[in-house]
Ligand binder design. Structure first.
Ligand code: AMP
Length: 282
């Protein structure tokens, strides 16, 4: 596996691969890689001739009071995971490489980024779309892999690709969980043992809500309140949002008559965690 940090080096390698007729799969990450990231890289490995993984903690998607400076980083471990998962190229640029001067061009999908996570993280998805757009232009992948774990991000990236005619196919990958149900996240590293236990209420309440839907409940407010009560029963946890939204528009639904995304975010201490499920069996 090659590892580079300069855009010029990536472009040379990609040019070489393209001239050989190789298809390219791409996984964008912020590093501190775990089995969730690894599942994306492994799927990319199965479906493409060459696989590129980027590791870049993107400052433009963090708000002023968020955890950019203390976001966990471990590039040697990341290298190891990429190698094990069969990546061909690790691209780990510095902030100055991706944003060498005052970046004036941004990609903003407006209202798609305003609710759910966007409500408590203003500007977050503008930063995400901008960096993913830049990475797509640098790497020019045929297929790019994104986790269902970040469901809003996935929906927004799909719309960005459609609206801006990026020549890449977006592949959605299932959420990878710990055996007890907690969705894997680099931010789980912030949790104390007690907080880690308390955080389980997120996946558990969503799982229970899924069962209510399977039993036939179709009133979004009933489901929302059900999840809210469960989360409120855990004193170490504060809910940020609980929403039932249309899978494409991300607009809240009242009566469940079409496929929906049930998404929630909680705070455990200062750590913000997200989880969701799709309900498509109407
Ligand atoms: P991040 O490093 O958090 O920006 O995540 C990079 C990619 O990995 C995104 O497409 C995430 O949705 C995906 N990802 C993160 N955690 C998981 C997980 N537990 N299961 C599946 N995909 C994940």
């Amino acid at each position: 596996m090659q590892s580079v940090s300069k855009i010029k080096e990536v472009r040379e390698i990609i040019k070489d691969w393209k001239s050989g007729g190789f298809s390219i799969g791409f996984v964008a990450t912020m590093g501190y890689l775990h089995a969730g990231h690894k599942s994306l890289i492994e799927l990319a490995r199965q479906q493409n001739d060459r696989v590129v993984v980027s590791v870049f903690v993107n400052p433009t998607q963090f708000g002023p009071n968020e955890d950019f400076a203390k976001y966990p980083r471990d590039i040697e471990h990341d290298w190891q995971i990429c190698q094990e998962a069969g990546a061909d190229l690790l691209f780990a640029p510095a902030v100055t490489e991706m944003y060498p001067d005052n970046n004036l061009a941004y990609i903003d999908l407006k209202e798609l980024g305003d609710n759910l996570c966007g409500a408590s993280r203003p500007g977050h998805f503008r930063g995400v779309c901008t960096v993913v757009g830049k990475l797509f232009n640098i790497i020019t992948p045929d297929q790019a892999y994104f986790g269902q774990k970040d469901a809003q991000q996935l929906a927004i990236i799909k719309k960005m690709v459609k609206d801006l005619n990026f020549a890449v196919k977006i592949i959605a990958c299932p959420i990878v969980r710990e055996p007890d149900g907690l969705a894997l996240s680099s931010r789980n590293a912030y949790l104390s043992t007690q907080q880690r236990q308390a955080a389980l209420i997120l996946s558990q309440s969503l799982q229970a809500a899924q069962e209510l839907l399977l039993k036939g409940e179709r009133d979004a407010q009933v489901i929302r309140e059900f999840i809210s009560e469960q989360i409120a029963s855990e004193p170490l946890v504060k809910s940020d949002y609980i929403e039932l939204v249309d899978t494409l528009t991300l607009k809240p639904v009242k009566n469940i008559t079409a496929p929906i995304l049930v998404a929630a975010a909680i705070y455990v201490g200062k750590t913000r965690l997200i989880d969701n499920f799709l309900f498509e069996e109407i």
